[in-house]
Design a protein around this ligand. Structure first.
Ligand code: GSH
Length: 232
């Protein structure tokens, strides 16, 4: 059984996409980031960087003690190896998927996340930060669009590279981008959006960068952006 410690954010959604696509037995434990549960000592024991997602596999293939895994790329890689799905077995296909997984973790996720922060959450609007991250995110959308001009999915069949990237394209509108400017990306996005596992994973999930979101309280901001548990 895999236990997923989860919140409905883009990085959490990646793992939900995998679990709903695969037949792996799992349970989901919600973690309230706005209440600061990511800073609790018992959570830090499995996720030292105080972030979701984290999984604990209570039946690892080596037969040893329950195994915690943090960082969404490591989790996707682990689950792909465990299930034998969504990561090619051949060396070339495997490294191609892993390089796009690294690209998502190093570029697409951080730039989209920072742009979302400066557009939706920063108390002060800083044009330089918004312009810098907007330009870079548009460039990254272009990189993916070019890749998808010659490939149905990022690499071969639907893989953990697609599952890692998709949740960071979902909030494109609140990040100030239009999918019509990226036709290959739009085609890929719509095909993943229609998958039953994706539909299920996104039921009731709201856009974290939607400007209509209720403003955060001081305690919520402290939990999320002050790296501290409210009240401490
Ligand atoms: N590189 C990490 C990023 C994880 C991450 O940023 N998680 C956010 C939610 S999307 C989080 O837990 N934030 C809580 C906090 O920073 O206190 C991954 O891919 O797993």
């Amino acid at each position: 059984m895999i236990t997923l410690y989860y919140s409905a954010t883009p990085n959490g959604q990646k793992i939900l996409l995998f679990l709903y696509e695969s037949a792996l037995a799992h349970r989901i434990v919600p973690v309230s980031l706005s209440k600061g549960e990511q800073h609790m000592p018992e959570f830090l024991a499995i996720s030292p960087n105080n972030k979701i997602p984290v999984i604990v596999d209570d039946a690892p293939t080596d037969g040893g003690a329950p195994l915690p895994v943090f960082e969404s790329a490591a989790i996707l890689h682990y689950l792909a190896d465990k299930s034998g799905r969504f990561l090619p077995a051949d060396a070339r296909g495997r490294i191609e998927v892993l390089q796009w997984l690294c690209w998502q973790i190093a570029h697409l996720g951080p730039f989209a996340g920072q742009l979302g922060h400066f557009r939706a959450h920063a108390t002060e609007k800083i044009p330089y930060a918004i312009e810098r991250y907007s330009r870079e995110l548009a460039r990254l959308f272009g990189v993916l669009d070019r890749r998808l001009s010659a490939h149905e999915f990022i690499v071969g069949d639907y893989s953990i590279a697609d599952m890692a990237c998709y949740p960071w394209i979902v909030p494109y509108g609140s990040l100030g981008l239009e999918l019509r400017d990226y036709p290959n990306l739009a085609r890929w996005f719509n095909s993943i959006r229609a998958r039953p596992a994706t539909v299920r994973a996104y039921e009731g999930v709201s856009d974290p960068y939607d400007p209509e979101h209720a403003p955060m309280s001081k305690d919520e901001r402290k939990a999320l952006f002050g790296s501290a548990m409210p009240g401490r």
